[in-house]
Design a protein around this ligand. Structure first.
Ligand code: ADP
Length: 260
């Protein structure tokens, strides 16, 4: 998108020429569009549970309260939708906090080899639930990286959570670590449903979901990966994904080595 300004200039009170200035405002328009999309998406996600809550609470007020069995069912639904709203608001606050911070302090340090097994423990119930084998392929030694340990944990939990969510019963999820010159690369590989090539470039966008209905059913808002991307980048790292539909996905991210 080009914006064009024309400015005549004069010599002896006569127009001697015209200056034409072109401004490329493609980027500004894009940011404006993204902001508008974000507000529309967030409002839509907030409205859906609210509509359900309103519907059931009105039904209760208009008589269903006297029917204990139905009343309990309705209140359970209200409670479930309120949980969903709470999760959404927490994720939105998390995202807005990350977006306003830009860069984490560089004096943080994390020992990944100590943290990763704890993350595995934490996810045990979910792994058992789907009979998924978590293979932690860790090196013997590894330099510390520039990362807040809690943030690192959050990133890994998020990626593993997705790997479990989008993988079949009884499959294997693998975490590998590669040491590079200046960075440490962490890879999370699954053999699940994968991501269609056309969706891959947009996967880290806020609210982007490959299959809205399926993802929503699984409780997702499509915010997890954008939160993860911000966390990685705020720590000075990079993030990416390779994926093939029906074969599986490998999400990876890098963190800067601490030089002692
Ligand atoms: P959600 O909370 O909906 O899972 P995310 O931001 O974490 O949101 O992920 C965005 C979308 O990317 C998901 O809806 C899903 O379609 C896709 N996705 C993420 N991780 C994987 C994975 N490991 N395998 C297949 N699809 C994935």
């Amino acid at each position: 998108v080009l914006q064009c300004y024309l400015a005549p200039f004069y010599r002896d009170k006569k127009i001697a020429g015209i200056t034409i200035v072109f401004h490329d405002i493609t980027k500004i328009r894009k940011v404006e569009q993204m902001r508008a999309d974000f507000v529309a998406n967030a409002s839509h996600e907030l409205r859906t549970p609210l509509t359900v809550i309103k519907g059931y609470s009105e039904t209760l007020l208009h008589g269903a309260l006297d029917d204990r069995e139905h009343a309990e069912k309705f209140i359970t639904i209200i409670d479930h939708e309120a949980d969903r709203l709470q999760r959404l608001v927490e994720e939105l606050l998390n995202l807005s906090h990350l977006e306003s911070r830009r860069q984490d302090p560089l004096e943080e340090s994390a020992d990944l080899l100590a943290i990763i097994p704890n993350v595995g423990e934490e996810l045990k119930p979910r792994l058992l639930d789907k009979a998924i084998f978590l293979d932690l392929d860790l090196p013997k030694g590894l330099p510390h990286v520039n990362a807040n340990p809690d943030r690192f944990k959050q990133i890994l939990v998020n990626l593993l959570d997705n790997a479990i969510k989008y993988s079949p019963q009884g499959s294997r999820v693998q975490v590998t670590i590669q040491e590079e010159e200046k960075t440490v690369k962490i890879l999370v590989k699954d053999t699940g449903m994968g991501i269609p090539a056309k969706d891959l470039p947009r996967i880290f966008e806020r609210f982007y979901r490959v299959d809205k209905a399926r993802s929503r059913q699984m409780g997702g808002f499509g915010l997890g990966l954008s939160i993860v991307k911000h966390m990685v980048e705020n720590m000075g790292g990079t993030i990416g994904v390779e994926s093939e539909e029906n074969k599986g996905s490998t999400f990876w991210f890098t963190l800067l080595k601490k030089h002692n």
